[in-house]
Design a protein around this ligand. Sequence first.
Ligand SMILES: Cc1cc2nc3c(=O)[nH]c(=O)nc-3n(C[C@H](O)[C@H](O)[C@H](O)COP(=O)(O)O)c2cc1C
Length: 173
Amino acid sequence: MIPATIPVDPLTMRRTMGRFATGVAVVTTRSPDGTPHGMTVNSLTSVSLEPPLLLVCLTTGARSTHAVTAAGRFAVNILSSRQEHLALRFARRGEDHFAGLDVTHGRHRVPVIPDAFAHLECDVERHFTAGDHVVVVGHVGDVCERDGEPLGFLRGRFSDVLDRGHAPAPWIS
Ligand SMILES: Cc1cc2nc3c(=O)[nH]c(=O)nc-3n(C[C@H](O)[C@H](O)[C@H](O)COP(=O)(O)O)c2cc1C
């Protein structure tokens, strides 16, 4: 039997979009007064290769959202399968996310998680409000890739990402 369609509400929206498996990243920045900020995201999307653009959707109320738009720059730290604790740390509201955490610094002293699966340093290309989130488009400058496996997120839970070892897709050369 074909399942019936149902009208969407916020919980249904979250649950249904949760079937779109993603990685997990931490957006980090330093506000103009020098305070480091960071928040866990899974809304990361590649936008363009030339120029290199990505986007993240940041909730309008969060301290990190204001810090990113005020600073005009940020880093995206893609978490490894061993960094679930960092995903949880940077998702707790109202905490000092950096207390006792070892970070290095990228361009303009933006904090960077040193052993992330990868990180990308960005300047804010543009940002605009869409519903209850701010869409931030970043122009990517420097990147760093490290060994390991990515942390996944599916149906509201952290997950492993299975590499089946298939040949790369034909457009990846
Ligand atoms: C796996 C995961 C993914 C998340 N993705 C997003 C996201 O894409 N955008 C967002 O605004 N919040 C997202 N959140 C929630 C934020 O991490 C959380 O609200 C954050 O603590 C707010 O930061 P603040 O302390 O600066 O207010 C996510 C949380 C988790 C655990």
